[in-house]
Ligand binder design. Structure first.
Ligand code: DGL
Length: 250
């Protein structure tokens, strides 16, 4: 299977990491809209327009499935993208919600959703969880984490201060949905902040679980090939990929 992965920028590489580790795919074509990131501060119509424009990029490749690693795109543009594409387009919200169920979080246990302003405002996670009967949901816009991760800040005082700023009045949740591509990179800091108590739901791991459950895919023998493209500074994006995915510093 050859799949496309679309993200607003570099963050979707955190999802690619899980997809590569899953060994389910022959080839991954990654496209990051680095010229226009962030999407999480834009309004609905802009997010939909940018996402549909990204489909034009993937028309150059014969892909079987497109995964929108970006939570913000998943929150707003999936229906429009599915109407306009000849292959299925899968977001990360449904699978993230499924992961909460799969991890046996009880309906009244506290769940914290952290994501961009746009994703939280869409209420997609909150609505999907409420529909399943979860009653103790807190959703916070934590957009400042995005530039910190982009700067390579995964620990330390600035990040700790930002966590204190956002989580000051939050008691320790049972699960945290990392509703943004960038947040898996600060997983350890989040775990430390909450004394390792909450379970962290990661979009990449959740989508792999979802695909295994719904698409009956089997592991392949060979390594997954990865091709990376971007709307701006593709060299910079490939360097980030080397660091995040393969621990290679160039
Ligand atoms: N990729 C975005 C998301 O997962 C975060 C970065 C952005 O705002 O574009 O929501």
């Amino acid at each position: 299977m050859r799949i496309g992965v679309f993200d607003s920028g570099a963050g979707g590489l955190s999802v690619v990491k899980s997809l590569i580790e899953s060994k389910l795919f022959k080839e991954i074509i990654y496209y990051g809209d680095t010229a226009r990131v962030p999407y999480g501060t834009k309004d609905k119509n802009t997010i939909i327009r940018y996402s549909l424009e990204a489909l034009e990029f993937f028309n150059n490749f014969d892909i079987d499935l497109l995964i929108t690693a970006c939570n913000t795109v998943s929150a707003y543009a999936l229906d429009e993208m599915n109407i306009q594409s000849s292959y299925p387009v899968l977001g990360v919200i449904k699978s993230g919600v499924m992961a909460v169920e799969n991890h046996y979080i009880k309906k009244d246990e506290p769940i914290l959703i952290i994501a961009t302003r746009a994703t939280i405002s869409s209420s997609r996670y909150q609505d999907a969880l409420s529909k399943l009967g979860y009653t103790n949901i807190t959703a916070i816009q934590t957009g400042l984490f995005v530039p910190l991760v982009e700067e390579g800040i995964f620990s330390g005082e600035i990040l700790n201060a930002t966590m204190r700023h956002y989580f000051n009045n939050i008691s320790t949740p049972k699960a945290i949905i990392l509703g943004c591509t960038h947040f898996p990179l600060i997983s350890s800091a989040l775990e430390d902040y909450f004394n390792k108590k909450p379970m962290l739901i990661h979009s990449g791991e959740a989508i792999v679980e979802y695909l295994k459950e719904h698409n009956s895919l089997e592991e392949i023998e060979s390594e997954t090939k990865l091709k990376i493209f971007a709307s701006d500074n593709v060299v910079g994006l490939r360097e980030i990929a080397n660091r995040w995915l393969f621990n290679i510093n160039s």
